[in-house]
Design a protein. Structure first.
Length: 124
């Protein structure tokens, strides 16, 4: 069985988190630490339609942004992302730094891969 687990661990980086295909290199700030140049896949959460994302505090024009983060647990030092904790993703594209701050809505780790549902409030 360990041969299968070894193969799966290689596939996490070589297939699922391949920076040339599905993933991109980012810096993640979490729990006071910076995890630099790790491969992540950040996707829009298809389960959250814009009409269902209106912030309920009656602030007109504000919407809840929801994304799915996939990364190798080893890249975060084996940590699990705790619900309601803060996380920041920093990307460099074309020499420009982009930063997004999120709250972890849910997180799971299976076979060395973290899947986290992230939320943030966005506005005009």
């Amino acid at each position: 069985m360990s041969g299968f687990k070894d193969m799966l661990n290689r596939d996490i980086r070589n297939v699922f988190l391949n920076a040339d295909e599905y993933a991109e290199k980012c810096t993640i700030l979490y729990d006071g630490e910076a995890f630099r140049s790790i491969a992540v896949s950040l996707q829009e959460n298809a389960d959250s339609g814009r009409q269902n994302r209106t912030v309920q505090d009656h602030a007109q024009g504000l919407y809840r942004k929801s994304k799915i983060l996939l990364c190798a647990a080893a890249d975060l030092g084996g940590r699990h992302l705790e619900k309601d904790s803060s996380l920041e993703i920093i990307r460099i594209q074309g020499g420009v730094r982009f930063s997004e701050k999120f709250t972890v809505a849910a997180s799971s780790c299976e076979m060395g891969m973290i899947r986290a549902e992230l939320e943030a409030v966005e506005g005009p």
